[in-house]
Design a protein. Structure first.
Length: 108
């Protein structure tokens, strides 16, 4: 572990709220494989950006995953059900439509 001065905390350490969110969204199941997002390591980051607001980074199973938007929406809905979460921003990475998905999903 080392100090990340930009974030003002120790790298690789998560707040309790970040851990709760990660734990919940990692329970989502990919219907094609039957595996959870946690088993497939699809959630690459959870960061509390402001009190009650988290940013979640997600990598779909392929760059052309036809249900990447649905997965991202499921992550957002699941995260926002966690006690203490007011807002979840979900960012898809590594998908051909990531810019459009991210813009649509995270607009006010």
């Amino acid at each position: 572990m080392k100090l990340d001065s930009a974030k003002g905390r120790v790298e690789n350490s998560m707040t309790e709220l970040e851990e709760k969110v990660k734990s919940e969204v990692e329970k989502i199941i990919d219907p094609e494989t039957g595996l959870t997002f946690g088993q497939m390591s699809l959630i690459t980051g959870v960061l509390e950006q402001a009190p009650g607001e988290v940013k979640i980074d997600f990598v779909p199973t392929s760059p052309f995953c036809p249900i990447a938007f649905k997965f991202a929406k499921d992550i957002k809905i699941t995260a926002e059900k966690v006690a203490g979460i007011k807002k979840a921003l979900v960012y898809v990475h590594g998908h051909t439509m990531e810019e459009a998905i991210n813009k649509t999903l995270n607009r006010e």
